[in-house]
Design a protein around this ligand. Structure first.
Ligand SMILES: NC(=O)C1=CN([C@@H]2O[C@H](COP(=O)(O)OP(=O)(O)OC[C@H]3O[C@@H](n4cnc5c(N)ncnc54)[C@H](OP(=O)(O)O)[C@@H]3O)[C@@H](O)[C@H]2O)C=CC1
Ligand SMILES: O=C(O)C1=N[C@H](C(=O)O)C[C@H](O)C1
Length: 265
């Protein structure tokens, strides 16, 4: 049985992860953590199960010592703290937090020399298939091609474009032999010129309770291909992350992603 510790257990994804750990037959919830300053500390996280988990303080080392894999879907600042604990306790970590910067990515690379880590900006099967499909599309059209990425999420999401949109753009850039940062266009409001074909444009919608939608557009002069993924439940991501935790448990140190977990490379 894989004993899972969930950070940010009172968050939208945290709650879904707590439920997903109950649903997965090979996993059990070892601990559900909230911030040490949280008013929810020591209270029941939810009532899904007769043994409703109690929110614990991860900074108390006794609360992490029998955990097999830690899962973090919080914010970048939280992820940084949680990663330190994981390294100190030598516990593998599954990370889904988005909005990470270049320094964070370097920190993850360095951390992965000490513990096994899965980092993915989307834990759904569909998006991980999409990452392969966009690479095919990007290379099979000719030079007459415009590539744009659109994403839509709920009103509470604070990072933009989404981590998934960036992962799609990076996959396309890799297939085209482009440096993503050189071709990514996030804002055209001040650019008064025609678009170049060596660019990947991003656009973003925020509203209501949209779980997560992504479309990659491949537009030529005579046709347009639109590859769309729509998530209809956060449980998709949560079950994917719990599956990744099971896969990671006895892996050697290193930085992995969900395509490794799903054997899609
Ligand atoms: N990779 C994937 O498949 C997916 C990734 N995500 C990503 O997961 C993250 C969380 O999303 P969501 O659940 O909607 O967000 P929520 O705002 O609902 O939850 C965030 C959680 O993180 C906690 N948190 C925030 N800052 C810190 C900190 N500094 N230290 C400790 N805990 C902290 C919050 O605690 P508190 O309530 O005390 O503030 C809360 O429990 C986002 O980055 C999102 O993009 C989401 C879905 C899928
Ligand atoms: O914040 C969210 O909700 C989501 N975030 C991830 C992202 O930034 O891509 C994944 C998913 O789309 C939901």
């Amino acid at each position: 049985m894989n004993r899972i510790g969930v950070f940010g257990a009172n968050g939208r994804m945290g709650l879904a992860l707590v439920e997903a750990a109950h649903k997965n037959n090979n996993a059990e919830l070892g601990a559900a953590y909230v911030r040490s300053s949280s008013p929810l500390l020591n209270l029941a996280v939810n009532q899904l199960n007769s043994a409703a988990p109690v929110a614990m303080d991860f900074s108390d080392e006794r609360n992490v010592e029998d955990i097999d894999v830690l899962i973090d879907f919080t914010l970048p600042a939280g992820m940084r703290e949680h990663l330190k604990t994981a390294i100190k306790q030598k516990i593998p970590m599954v990370i889904g937090t988005t909005g990470l910067n270049d320094n964070d990515m370097q920190t993850l690379q360095a951390a992965a020399q000490h513990i096994p880590i899965v980092f993915a900006r989307n834990y759904s099967v569909g998006v991980n298939l999409l990452l392969n499909l966009v690479q095919t599309a990007a290379t099979k059209f000719g030079d007459d091609l415009d590539i744009e990425i659109f994403e839509a999420h709920h009103r509470h999401k604070i990072d933009a474009p989404s981590g998934t949109a960036l992962a799609i753009g990076e996959a396309i850039a890799e297939a085209k032999g482009w440096v993503h940062d050189d071709v990514a266009v996030f804002d055209r409001s001040q650019v008064e010129k025609e678009k170049s074909q060596n660019e990947i444009g991003y656009s973003v919608l925020r509203g209501g309770d949209i779980v997560g939608e992504h479309t990659a557009y491949f537009a030529t002069s005579g046709e347009r291909l639109e590859l769309t993924h729509k998530a209809s439940s956060r449980m998709t991501f949560a079950l994917g992350a719990v599956r990744a935790a099971g896969w990671l448990k006895n892996k050697p140190v290193g930085l992995y992603d969900m395509q490794d977990v799903l054997d899609l490379k």
